[in-house]
Design a binder for this molecule. Structure first.
Ligand SMILES: NC(=O)c1ccc[n+]([C@@H]2O[C@H](COP(=O)([O-])OP(=O)(O)OC[C@H]3O[C@@H](n4cnc5c(N)ncnc54)[C@H](O)[C@@H]3O)[C@@H](O)[C@H]2O)c1
Length: 468
C-alpha cells in the first residue's frame, strides 16, 4: 500500500471511530511525517547491502545492564581470534562501566575508552573516531535516537529489540540508513536459535510444501523482574505497561516467522488486527508486593493477527503478566508438514490416508529430520567455541558471531534495516488497532516496493570462512 493510501485509510479508521489522531501522540506524528516524506524516497536500496570488509571490527557498547553484560561475553572468542575489539563502553551508571571493564580485561589486552555519568555521554562514544560498530543495549525509547545519531556519525549500528516503537522512528531509521549507507541491524537473537534455524532449513528444502499459517509469541512471566526496583534500570520496562496497550515485544516470535515467510523477499505484511484481554495478573501481583505502580493499561494477553500479501496468516501473541512456562510457540502450518514448538514437534504428511493429520513424528523419526536439516551454521559453530552454548542456549553467540564475521568479510547482514523496522512496526500498529476496537490497520511499505521479487535469505547462504 502506498503511503498516501495508508494515511487515508488510517484517517478513515480514526474518523469512523471518532478517535482524534492527536490522541496517538507518537503515531500521529509518524503519519504526518510519512505524508511529508512521500515526495522523496528512493527506498529499498539497502537489500543485499554490503560495505568494504573490516578486518577487525571495533565495537562500542552503549548500555551495560543485564543484556549488555550478556552480549559483551559473546565477544570473547571473536576478540581472542582478532575478529573484533571492544574500543568503548558507556552506561549512565559508572559502577556498571567499571564492572564490565574489569570483566573485559580478563580476555582483551587493550583498554576501551569509557563514558558514564550523564544521559548524553553516549554521544561521545558515537563520535569516537575508531568505532566501526555501535551496539545499542539500552531501554526501548533510546534505541532509535541512538541508531540515528550513530549512523549520522558514520557508524554501523546494531540495536537490541525492538529497534523502534513509533512509525515515525521506523521511517527515520530507513531514511537515515539509506542516506548514510550504514548498516542498521536489529539484534533479533531468536532468528539464530537452533530450533528456528532447523525449521527454516526444512522450509527452504520444501519439507513444509507451501505455508498457509504461522504462530509466534513472547509468553514470558516477567512480573518479578518488572516489579523489582533493581532489575531494570529505573523500572523502565514496567512503565510501558502503565500507559500503553498492544504487543510491545513482537520480534522474538515474528523475526523467525518473517524469515519462514520470505517477508521483504517476495511477500510482505498487508494488514493486521489486534485485541488485548483485560488486565489482572500484573496489578494483582503489584499490590501483593506493595509496588509503587499498581494500575496498568496493557492487557494480560495481546493477540495480533497479521495477513500477508500472498494470503498467509500470522497469529502473534504477547503476555508477560501471567505465570506460565515460557513459549514462543513457533508454529508453522504447510501443505505437507506442521511444526509446533515448546517442545519441538513435527508432523510430516506421508501421503498415506491412514496417517493423515493424527500423529506427531515418533522421537526416532523426528531425530532423523533434526539431524538431516540441522542448519550448517549450527553444525559448524558447535565445534568452534565454548561460547556456542552461552547466551540463551547458544543463539546469542551465533548472532554476534554472524554479525561480526559478515562485517569482517564485507557480506550483507542477515537482518537488514527493512526487516528491523517491519518487525518492530507491528507494535504501534497493534496499539492503534487495540485502541480502535481491533480496527484493521494497513501495513506501510518501508521498502519502496522492493519487497516484491524473491530474494534469498542471507542466513541460508554459507559463510565463506575457514574458522576452525
Ligand atoms: N534479545 C534478548 O533476548 C534480550 C534479552 C534481554 C533484554 N533485551 C533488550 O535489551 C535492552 C536492555 O535491557 P536490559 O534488560 O539490559 O535492561 P537494563 O535496565 O538492565 O539495562 C539498560 C542499561 O541502559 C543504561 N542506560 C539507560 N539510559 C542510558 C543512557 N542515556 N546512556 C547510557 N546508558 C543508559 C542503564 O543504566 C542500564 O544499565 C532492552 O531493549 C531489552 O528489550 C533483549
Amino acid at each position: 500500500m502506498k503511503r498516501e493510501d495508508f494515511l487515508k485509510s488510517i484517517i478513515g479508521a480514526s474518523a469512523f471511530l471518532s478517535l482524534p489522531f492527536s490522541s496517538y501522540s507518537r503515531d500521529g506524528e509518524g503519519i504526518v511525517q510519512m505524508l511529508e516524506d512521500s515526495a522523496k524516497s528512493t527506498r529499498g536500496s539497502l537489500f543485499g547491502f554490503r560495505t568494504d570488509s573490516i578486518e577487525k571490527v571495533r565495537v562500542g557498547i552503549i548500555g551495560l545492564g543485564n543484556r549488555g553484560n550478556t552480549l559483551l561475553e559473546m565477544f570473547q572468542w571473536l576478540v581472542e581470534n582478532d575478529h573484533a575489539e571492544i574500543v568503548g563502553l558507556c552506561d549512565l551508571v559508572e559502577t556498571k562501566v567499571q564492572k564490565v571493564t574489569e570483566k573485559l580485561s580478563q580476555w582483551q589486552k587493550s583498554v576501551p575508552a569509557t563514558y558514564s555519568g550523564n544521559k548524553d555521554e553516549w554521544k561521545k562514544l558515537a563520535q569516537q573516531d575508531n568505532v566501526d560498530l555501535l551496539l545499542i543495549v539500552t531501554p526501548w525509547e533510546l534505541h532509535a535516537p541512538m541508531c540515528i545519531y550513530g549512523m549520522n556519525q558514520g557508524k554501523h549500528v546494531a540495536s537490541e529489540v525492538p529497534i523502534a516503537y513509533s512509525l515515525k522512528d521506523c521511517w527515520t531509521l530507513v531514511e537515515t540508513a539509506e542516506k548514510t549507507q550504514r548498516h542498521c541491524i536489529m539484534l533479533e537473537n531468536c532468528c539464530y536459535n537452533e530450533e528456528e534455524l532447523f525449521v527454516l532449513n526444512m522450509i527452504e528444502n520444501g519439507v513444509f510444501g507451501d505455508i498457509t499459517h504461522t504462530e509466534g509469541a513472547y509468553l514470558h512471566d516477567l512480573r518479578a523482574h518488572m516489579l523489582s526496583s533493581d532489575y531494570y534500570q529505573d523500572q523502565w520496562r514496567l512503565k510501558h505497561h502503565i500507559e500503553r496497550d498492544g504487543n510491545f515485544y513482537t520480534t522474538h516470535g515474528l523475526g523467525p516467522i518473517s524469515f519462514y515467510l520470505n517477508i521483504g523477499r517476495g511477500d510482505t505484511y498487508s494488514h493486521l488486527t489486534s485485541m488485548s484481554s483485560r488486565e489482572l495478573n500484573l496489578s494483582e501481583t503489584a499490590k501483593k508486593v506493595n509496588s509503587d505502580y499498581t494500575s496498568f493499561k496493557c492487557g494480560d494477553m495481546n493477540s495480533t493477527m497479521i495477513k500477508t500479501e500472498l494470503g498467509k496468516t500470522i497469529l502473534l501473541q504477547f503476555d508477560v503478566h501471567t505465570g506460565r512456562p515460557y513459549s514462543r510457540i513457533n508454529k508453522v502450518v504447510g501443505t505437507k508438514a506442521v511444526h509446533d514448538g515448546y517442545p519441538s514437534r513435527l508432523y510430516v504428511d506421508n501421503g498415506e490416508l491412514i496417517y493423515w493429520g493424527h500423529n506427531w513424528l515418533k522421537e526416532e523419526e523426528y531425530q532423523q529430520y533434526k539431524s538431516k536439516y540441522q542448519h550448517p551454521l549450527i553444525a559448524k559453530l558447535k565445534t568452534i567455541s565454548k561460547n556456542f552454548k552461552q547466551g540463551h542456549g547458544g543463539m546469542d553467540f551465533v548472532m554476534i558471531y554472524r554479525l561480526i564475521r559478515c562485517l569482517n568479510l564485507g557480506l550483507p547482514l542477515d537482518i537488514n534495516v527493512y526487516d528491523s523496522v517491519m518487525w518492530s512496526a507491528i507494535t504501534p500498529l497493534s496499539e492503534l488497532s487495540v485502541a480502535s476496537k481491533s480496527f484493521p490497520m494497513p501495513f506501510p511499505d518501508f521498502t519502496g516496493g522492493k519487497w516484491q521479487g524473491k530474494k534469498d535469505l542471507e542466513i541460508m547462504k554459507m559463510l565463506d570462512v575457514t574458522d576452525k
